[in-house]
Design a protein around this ligand. Structure first.
Ligand SMILES: C[S@@+](CC[C@H](N)C(=O)[O-])C[C@H]1O[C@@H](n2cnc3c(N)ncnc32)[C@H](O)[C@@H]1O
Length: 403
């Protein structure tokens, strides 16, 4: 039960680098990872170790809860093809921004845009209000007088982005605005001035272009016969196995993911402005439409008894993940629980109901043979102590039963 068969390339002890990587608590950085602070991102070091352990160049890797795209970036940078699925259109935008490989023309157009930032953001010039977004409520909690300068700066920056014709330059520039607007607005006590906003735009444009070029170089230096691809699909993973784009990636050699955690509230789709007021602005800035309320992104209402809808959703999505996999697919997940005592057994039961069998390929002496790690400070429990719910994550490894 706990042995990986060596003919699958995974003998005893081979997963050990993953143990070290899972416990890595370094800040998320490198390549294009810092393009956006997606809530509950997992560590690139961990994903890299999972990809290294379970796949070879040219293999497919799927992340069915792609979020900020950590898996996609790491997979491509290691010469693997990747597919990310996420119910959030904001996630799909970020995945595309982080994994695009820019052409020289796109780089040049982006650089010209960067040079114009200083004149484009100008409080004495008019801005174009995005009425369609404003009327649909995407300016919520940013409509007040205290935000007019930042709102105007964002509108002016977006108007200049919209003039960029080349897709790669457009997406990178839009992502710069998103990144800087998040810096200016999300979970901040003091609003920055317009000149600080502008300086941050110039700084981030430089950093993000350098990161995109580092990503491109890393892929080119692999010298593979064909460039790895990253595909991204915006929909629920439940039922996604029948989509043409998913079939291209199936069966993947590895699924590596971190689903929404049971009972743990994370605001994937909102920024918090002026204390705890929720703003849907990231969708407006990314040029996307929001799906629905927060339970849509967290697989169910955390107040429902026994987290019924969460576990139903979990089962539907993992039935689909099992349908994408074959007997050679390894499924690695990072999960945390608000109440581990009953949620972990229920979680594992759902995996079994989906025909997935658990493996514990670690050479470690842990109470339950599973790999646990302390979570470095994350937003949902930033105010909690280390032993508080959700402050530990576990790495679960599964394969299709009977494989
Ligand atoms: C914990 S985050 C993933 C973070 C990711 N590992 C990273 O490094 O950024 C979970 C993601 O699952 C997505 N999600 C929730 N329900 C989903 C569903 N039914 N199908 C696909 N994605 C879903 C959320 O939108 C969120 O982006």
């Amino acid at each position: 039960m706990n042995d990986f068969s060596p003919d699958l390339g995974i003998g005893g002890g081979v997963a050990d680098p993953l143990v070290e990587a899972a416990r890595d608590t370094a800040r998320v950085k490198g390549l294009t990872h810092e393009f956006y602070r997606y809530p509950a991102r997992f560590s690139p070091t961990f994903v890299r170790a999972a990809i290294q352990t379970f796949t070879r160049p040219g293999d497919w890797v799927i992340d069915p809860f792609a979020g900020g795209g950590t898996t996609l970036v790491e997979a491509m940078a290691m010469g693997r093809n990747a597919l990310g699925i996420d119910i959030s259109s904001l996630s799909s935008f970020i995945c595309e921004a982080k994994t695009q490989v820019l052409s020289d023309q796109e780089v040049a157009a982006f650089e010209r845009w960067t040079e114009r930032i200083d004149t484009v953001i100008n409080m004495h010039a008019p801005s174009v209000r995005h009425d369609d977004y404003a009327n649909a409520g995407y300016y919520r909690n940013l409509d007040g007088h205290e935000f007019w300068r930042l709102r105007k700066a964002i509108e002016q920056a977006l108007s200049s982005v919209e003039r960029l014709r080349l897709r790669g330059s457009h997406i990178l520039a839009r992502c710069v605005v998103l990144r800087v607007a998040q810096w200016a607005l999300d979970s901040r006590k003091i609003r920055p001035s317009v000149s600080a906003f502008k300086a941050q735009m110039e700084k981030q444009a430089g950093l993000m272009l350098a990161a995109a070029l580092e990503f491109r170089d890393q892929i080119e230096n692999l010298r593979l016969p064909s460039r790895p691809v990253a595909l991204s699909l915006n929909r629920s993973t439940a039922g996604a196995e029948s989509e043409e784009i998913v079939r291209q990636a199936c069966p993947p050699r590895l699924v590596v993911t971190s689903p929404p955690y049971p009972g743990i509230h994370v605001l994937y789709h909102r920024w918090q402005v002026d204390g705890r007021r929720e703003a849907p602005a990231p969708f407006w800035i990314a040029g996307k439409l929001d799906g629905a309320g927060s339970s849509y992104y967290t697989m169910g209402d955390r107040k429902s008894p026994g987290l019924r809808s969460y576990f139903e959703n979990l089962k539907e999505t993992f039935n689909s993940i099992a349908a994408m996999a074959d007997e050679r697919t390894t499924i690695v997940q990072m999960v945390a629980f608000s109440e581990q005592d009953w949620q972990l057994p229920r979680y594992l039961e759902v995996m079994e109901e989906c025909g997935l069998q658990e493996y514990r390929p670690w050479d470690i002496d842990m109470d339950d043979g599973r790999l646990w790690r302390d979570v470095p400070s994350r937003r949902w429990h930033a105010h909690q102590k280390a032993h508080a719910p959700g402050a530990r994550e576990v790495v679960l490894v599964h394969r299709k039963a009977g494989a």
